[in-house]
Design a protein around this ligand. Structure first.
Ligand code: TMP
Length: 207
């Protein structure tokens, strides 16, 4: 059995990750690919508890170092208990956010040192990197409007427009640095066009 493929979805708030993750799930299932759909922070019991702590607006102010470490703590659990076992048994893993989100939110948004993120990435992931990352990009204002329609904002969604501009810039930089892995897709075009582009970037993995 060959190892499964690891695909991640990234982007700022309200860019349509959930819709497109569901689309890829049914697209791959129709091709008889067995897969695991999961998310970060989260994906295991402990990691979901850490997610709840990280998104809780009523928490005491969370030090940015604590935020960064909790993201990677959740990731370590997720990799050990879900992602690695799935890939090893030949399943594909579709993950709603992964370490590019840490570069974008903690690196870009919180202005934390990239070298620290790289160090943690190597510690927690070893050689594990996604085979493909779909980065959905839209102007911050459009994403925020869409996110606003989903209900009450969590701790991250309550951040300033400037924060999300910094997040977006950091995501675009990640795409520039990793053009082979990260495929940048404009999210503010008709959904059918977004999904056709996703099919196009998936096709090399299906061969
Ligand atoms: P979401 O998956 O529902 O978008 O919520 C997760 C939130 O966590 C989102 O605002 C982005 C943030 N996040 C980080 O700040 N760093 C990370 O490494 C990850 C995976 C998510």
């Amino acid at each position: 059995m060959s190892r499964g493929k690891f695909i991640t979805f990234e982007g700022g708030e309200g860019v349509g990750k959930t819709t497109n993750v569901a689309f890829v799930e049914s697209y791959l299932q129709a091709r008889n690919i067995s897969l695991v759909v999961t998310r970060e922070p989260g994906g295991t019991k402990l990691a979901e508890k850490l997610r709840a702590l990280l998104l809780d607006k009523k928490s005491e102010a969370i030090a940015e170092e604590a935020e960064l470490l909790l993201m990677f703590a959740a990731r370590a659990q997720h990799i050990k208990h879900v992602i690695e076992p799935a890939l090893a048994r030949g399943d594909w893993v579709i993950c709603d956010r992964f370490t590019d989100a840490t570069y974008a939110y903690q690196g870009g948004g919180r202005n934390m040192k990239i070298s620290h993120i790289e160090w943690l990435e190597n510690l927690v992931q070893g050689n594990l990197r996604p085979d493909l990352t779909v980065l959905l990009d839209a102007p911050v204002k459009i994403g925020m409007e869409r996110a606003g329609k989903r209900g009450a904002f969590d701790r991250f969604e309550s951040e300033t427009v400037q924060f999300f501009e910094d997040v977006r810039r950091a995501y675009l930089l990640q795409a520039e640095i990793n053009p082979q892995r990260i495929k940048l897709i404009k999210a503010n075009q008709p959904l059918a066009d977004v999904q056709q582009t996703i099919i196009n970037v998936l096709s090399p993995l299906l061969r």
